[in-house]
Write a new protein. Structure first.
Length: 269
């Protein structure tokens, strides 16, 4: 089975414009993230899915510089964009990892993809976030191209197309859905925030990289981060007020498989 990891990236973030190319320990955020994704032990093709917006020319420039395939598609239709990216390499299955996770642990990627391959043909969709348990920012989702084709043909609501997989989540009677929980049997999804949406997130990530890059190298692990936060608890306070804030909060009346206790409302900015 040929896997295609798609990292969705664009410059047009409303809360933190240009976040994917902000400098992070001497390299752009996107390059740091690709560095970590490429460290996975699983064999896959990697494609950055960006848009046709001229502002995203800079993402294409980076992809060419670091020798990563890219696909340019619709700005808000993530189903179309991911389908086009996976088609570039004639993939059998798509792995969705958002570009705002530059602290993602390659071992987490290995675990989710290992689960998918172990049960090849049994599941239509596997993730580690439905329900979540890992610290936010370690998101990995896998689905077969036939499943994606169904979503593309049938999903009509804006949030379904913008977020790619809710159409599948919401139909457990139709799709075979698997979830990989954190092996520690903990749930830190609302406790820690390692995803990039706000200025405070960027400040937190910069501080983590500043400390751990020298101590552990660029591929420091989830456990390394947790250990570091135990030693320096004030670091986690930098973006603590946004912990648990995610896109679900806008669609709790529409989503039947997401619970209120899996998200938090955005604090007053």
């Amino acid at each position: 089975m040929k896997l295609c990891v798609v990292i969705q990236a664009r410059m047009g973030s409303t809360r933190l414009p240009g976040k994917v190319l902000l400098p992070l320990a001497g390299k752009p955020v996107l390059e740091r993230m690709i560095e970590r994704v490429r460290a996975s032990n699983v064999l896959f093709e990697l494609v950055v899915a960006t848009t046709k917006d001229p502002d995203d020319d800079s993402i294409v420039t980076l992809c060419r510089k670091i020798d990563v395939r890219y696909y340019r598609g619709h700005a808000t239709d993530l189903i179309e964009r991911h389908q086009g990216a996976a088609a570039l390499v004639e993939a059998d299955a798509l792995v969705k990892i958002p570009s705002d996770c530059p602290l993602i642990d390659p071992r987490v990627i290995d675990r989710v993809l290992g689960f998918w391959m172990k049960y090849e043909g049994y599941y239509d969709y596997v993730s580690n976030l439905h329900p979540p348990s890992y610290p936010d920012g370690n998101d990995v989702e896998v689905l077969g191209m036939d499943t994606l084709a169904i979503a593309n043909a049938e999903a009509t609501r804006l949030f379904e197309r913008e977020h790619l997989t809710p159409y599948i989540w919401e139909r457990p009677e139709r799709f075979r859905i698997g979830n990989v929980m954190w092996e520690r049997e903990l749930n830190y999804s609302l406790r820690y925030r390692w995803t990039l949406d706000y200025r405070e997130d960027y400040q937190f990530m910069s501080a983590v990289y500043e400390h751990l890059l020298q101590e552990r190298g660029p591929l420091f692990s989830l456990d390394d981060i947790l250990e570091h936060l135990q030693r320096y608890p004030d670091l986690a306070k930098i973006n603590q007020r946004f912990a648990g804030v995610n896109w679900y909060r806008h669609h709790l009346q529409e989503l039947h498989t997401i619970h209120h206790d899996e998200t938090r409302q955005e604090p007053m900015l």
